[in-house]
Design a protein around this ligand. Sequence first.
Ligand code: OGA
Ligand code: NI
Length: 358
Amino acid sequence: MDSNHGWPEPIIRVQSLSESGTETIPTRYIKPPSDRPSIEASSYTLSIPVIDLSAMSKEEMASVVSAACREWGFFQVVNHGVRPELVRHGQEIWRGFFHLPMEEKQRYANSPTTYEGYGSRLGVEKGASLDWGDYYFLHVLPSCLKSHEKWPALPPDLRDITDEYSRELLNLCGRVMEAMSIGLGLDPTRLQESFGGTEVGACLRVNYYPKCPQPELTLGLSSHSDPGGMTVLLVDNHVRGLQVRKGSDWVTVEPIRDAFILNVGDQIQSLFPFCQVLSNAIYKSVEHRVMVNAANERLSMAFFYNPKADLPLSPIRELITPDRPALYKPMSFNEYRLCIRQRGPRGKSQVESLKTSQ
Ligand code: OGA
Ligand code: NI
């Protein structure tokens, strides 16, 4: 029996390292100087757009969402229709999970085959650089992949609350997909259909970033773009951490209570085959990363809305013209995800490698 659950070396929980009281982090977590967080250098004057969804017509929503997706690939939504009590309850219940005794969490230790369960690394390369965070990953859709058995049994309401939370977020994703379609001059259902209609996938990764004694040397999550379709992220109200790439700058996102941060993933970007030609004409999957800190732990919930996993995603034909030829090979999300799971977070190298040589 493989005592490492398929990982190339024994898994060390970042929470255990943090709680050991060590004043220096192991070298495996120390990033090269060029990758270290630079809070001073990050721009305080810029911020990702904030969109208030209350009292907005479909057309207005389409226009602001689409502008944000072109310019930033990221935006926050407030008054989004998901009850604040549910949002807060979700956060608290998952915080409760990470505060359970280690033996309880270890029952769900994950493996790199499906990543479902309690994990502490992405990628299987032996000796690879590690990030300062633990996580829990689970499937919400399709129903054949969803299994409550693989979700934590404790705290007692976790499964029900996570189900309710997921239903609400699927709803929100549907509305945003529609806005994104309209904003491109397409039929409102066009993007959803290219994702497989009602057969979309969804999963949740709850990230837990323990306090870190040397936050200036490491990252909670290295720079990456999200491999899926679209991400709805809920972050800690009080603790900053997320940084979004803007040109050569990293912009720190200011948390807003009960808001969601939405971002475009690689699967949406790959529907826009001509991205390198007209950089402002497409929805971009933008790099982001997470800083940790010495004073506070941080919890975030990333809900990934994905295309049907075995559907080869083709560029939206209506958008291809002779001077904007297709630049990506059709690939299914399953094939794409397999590459990511082997390599771990690596900036935008994955989506770049899909380009056909021409
Ligand atoms: C992610 C992610 C950001 C955060 O899980 O893909 O980017 O703030 N998380 O934890
Ligand atoms: Ni991400």
